[in-house]
Design a protein around this ligand. Structure first.
Ligand code: PBG
Length: 335
């Protein structure tokens, strides 16, 4: 055949493929999530093989391991003791709470590590919601934001570098920016869960924190988060959410979940010049792990391909439970 264009010419060797590859992965792209609890034993999380609930004594070992693999940002999630949960989630702004203590420890032992936090009430809420639930079953927006501002200021005080509001209340980014600035934390950034969908992919995470909505109390508790998290059928609305967050002062925009929402990552990338993060959530992790355990897929190849595809879709950063494994596989080099 007389062909002018033969795209296969540039696929002939690993060297040629590497030269023309448009996107690559490195450990700096990853944000590594860590679960922490008050207990004295490191616990396994059944639906998230290889991910643990660390104790305050063992957390630093894992943070140092991540650093050694090239990871430069971690995010902390607490499993809060039942007795500390309440309807208004007030434990979230206890200066001596689990998260402020964990942040202080990391920032004193390894100050160069970027520490991100999650801002929402669900780990602290006896109703299992990201906000305060009224007696007639409504998740209250403005009252919740008051709690979130106090939570963020306490996290910043403890040394957090990036505050991550995952609650999806309206106007929270602006309110958090103002609260942080008022207290002298204008250097603390906001990585906003801008397009966070009401997704069934969060199941294993809610097991890890025991944070699912609870319907056993005396009041009518909404059974899911669909009055504040986004409807999976919507794409344009994600742009609206992201634009609001940007106007309100977000430094980084996040899309969550990641895999079924690559189009949303792409759209935000077209619409904003801010860094974009993808959250490769617990259910996505569990699916890969369970298939790999059965030998049905090759874990390393599937993970590296998946993470690379987040970059191709337009993400600069990837929050992923695979972070340490992937960083180790990359061995400091891009694939
Ligand atoms: C809570 C929060 C959730 C996740 C991160 N922060 C769960 C939820 O919204 O119910 C999920 C993360 C994951 O599934 O990995 N604000």
């Amino acid at each position: 055949m007389e062909l002018t264009y033969r795209p296969r010419r540039l696929r002939r060797s690993p060297a040629l493929r590497a030269m023309v590859r448009e996107h690559s992965l490195c450990a700096n792209d990853f944000i590594y999530p860590l679960f922490v609890h008050e207990g004295s034993d490191v616990e396994e999380i059944a639906s998230m093989p290889g991910i643990k609930r660390w104790t305050l004594d063992t957390l630093m070992g894992e943070v140092n391991r991540a650093w050694g693999l090239g990871i430069r940002c971690i995010v902390l999630f607490p499993k809060v003791d039942e007795g500390l949960k309440s309807e208004d989630g007030a434990e979230c702004f206890n200066e001596k709470g689990l998260i402020p203590r964990a942040i202080r420890m990391i920032k004193s032992d390894l100050p160069e590590m970027t520490v991100m936090t999650d801002v929402a009430l669900d780990p602290y809420s006896s109703d299992g919601h990201d906000g305060i639930v009224s007696s007639d079953g409504v998740v209250l927006n403005d009252e919740t934001i008051e709690q979130l501002c106090k939570q963020a200021v306490v996290q910043a005080q403890a040394g957090a570098d990036l505050i991550g509001p995952s609650d999806m209340m309206d106007g929270r980014v602006g309110a958090l920016r103002e609260a942080l600035d008022d207290e002298g934390y204008e250097h603390v950034g906001i990585i906003s869960y801008s397009a966070k969908y009401a997704s069934a992919y969060y199941g294993p995470f809610r097991d890890a924190l025991d944070s699912a909505p609870r319907m056993d109390g005396g009041k009518p508790i909404p059974k899911d988060k669909s009055t504040y998290q986004m409807d999976p059928g919507n794409a344009r609305e994600a742009i609206t959410e992201a634009q609001l967050d940007e106007q309100e002062g977000a430094d980084i925009l996040m899309v969550k979940p990641g895999l079924a929402y690559l189009d949303i990552i792409y759209r935000l990338r077209q619409d904003s010049e801010l860094p974009i993060a993808a959250y490769n959530v617990s259910g996505e992790f569990a699916m890969v792990k369970s298939a790999a355990e059965r030998g049905w897929i090759d874990e390393k190849s599937v993970v590296l391909e998946t993470l690379l595809c987040f970059k191709r879709a337009g993400a600069d950063l990837i929050l992923t439970y695979h972070a340490c494994d992937a960083a180790a596989w990359l061995g400091g080099e891009t694939p």
